[in-house]
Design a protein around this ligand. Structure first.
Ligand code: DAH
Length: 357
């Protein structure tokens, strides 16, 4: 019995982990362990022998069990100590610097535009980027063989043979959201729709995905004068200047009548753009009075309602305001570029707090 005790207490002391300890437990005091086997031998002993051997075996069993429990606790302590040493963290270290991540200029400008139009009572509407050619073209008075379809370098979604759902496109502009909003909101309404649009085009000022913001105001007595005032207010607020000259140039869009493109007065000095002064003009948007056919397509009666609409390139006005020379850089995800042109993440653009600070 002494041999057993020496053997097992020695093994327990040397055990390096819980798995080894468990193996020792099974071979010592498990159901088929050595102590159990010895207990079975008690039956063959004389009552006198049994009176000595029985308690001694029980004591041995207890001793081994408590050595196992003590070793188990010690192993757990050692493991916890090791973990604490490994996962040590100095909570007194200074926090990471504020500009770890930045807001992308397109997100920033979208927020700025939204803040300005919100102040004028416009809410934000959204539509799908994959839309039917009806919403993207037909409903906007651009029928099947209208040249505007070809001009837009449209991405058409693949259609399997026998698929007779309407053809889908990656929307080429945000104008389809006009129709969807008319359908769901009805008149009167005042919305802007910012979002991504797609055209197959790629150079310094064109990328296959870019961003627009659509504007739409419908009421009973809306006129071009309202359009002009709203756009002037917007441009002043956006470029953070007191006065700007806008030039309304007669133009043509299938979905507006009359239509105008709008330029702002600016100057280029040493490659830097100054908005509001100088002898140059820069086109920033298309606009006009919503065509009666477009109102009708959206389920609004053109006899009772009229409205103005405009569409502006978000990337474009971001380039202008923040002096970004190449559109493609917006989508390169170059960290140095993002740190340079990005905005602090906690500065929300507001009219009273400052748009871009
Ligand atoms: N959808 C036009 C484009 O992408 C922009 C546009 C022009 C939108 C005139 C309008 C508008 O709402 O009235 O080129």
């Amino acid at each position: 019995m002494d041999d057993l005790k020496q053997k097992y207490l020695g093994q327990i002391a040397d055990a390096g982990d819980e798995a080894v300890l468990e193996a020792i437990r099974l071979s010592a005091v498990g159901k088929k362990g050595e102590v159990a086997l010895k207990m079975r031998e008690l039956g063959k002993m004389t009552p006198e022998e049994r009176q000595v051997a029985g308690p001694a075996l029980n004591a041995l069993k207890d001793e081994i069990n408590s050595a196992l429990a003590a070793k188990k606790a010690a192993l757990a302590d050692t493991a916890l100590d090791a973990r604490l040493r490994e996962e040590w963290l100095d909570v007194t270290l200074p926090a990471r610097s504020r500009r770890q991540g930045t807001i992308h200029p397109i997100s920033q400008v979208t927020e700025e535009v939204t803040a300005i139009f919100a102040e004028m009572g416009f809410s934000v509407a959204e539509g799908p980027r994959i839309d039917t050619d009806w919403y993207n073209f037909d409903a906007l008075n651009i029928p099947g063989h209208h040249p505007a379809r070809a001009e837009m370098d449209t991405f058409y979604m693949h259609r399997a043979e026998g698929d007779n759902r309407p053809p889908h496109v990656l929307r080429t502009h945000t104008s389809p959201v006009q129709i969807r909003s008319m359908e769901t909101m009805g008149a009167p309404m005042r919305i802007i729709c910012p979002g991504g649009v797609y055209r197959a085009d790629y150079d310094q000022t064109h990328t296959p995905m870019f961003h627009q913001v659509e504007g739409l105001a419908i009421d009973q007595d809306i006129s071009m004068a309202n359009l002009k005032w709203v756009l002037e207010e917007f441009v002043k607020a956006f470029f953070e200047v007191d006065g700007v000259d806008l030039r309304f140039r007669a133009s043509h869009f299938p979905f507006t009548e009359p239509s105008a493109e709008v330029d702002i007065r600016c100057s280029w000095e040493g490659g830097k753009l100054n908005v509001g002064e100088g002898d140059d003009w820069l086109e920033i948007l298309g606009s006009g009075m919503v065509h009666p056919k477009v109102l009708k397509a959206g389920g609004i009666d053109p006899e009772s309602w009229q409205g103005f609409a405009f569409g502006m390139g978000i990337d474009r006005i971001a380039m202008l305001k923040y002096g970004i020379p190449d559109l493609r850089a917006f989508f390169d995800s170059d960290l140095r570029w993002l740190r340079h042109y990005g905005f602090a993440s906690l500065d929300q653009p507001t009219l009273h707090g400052g748009l871009s600070r």
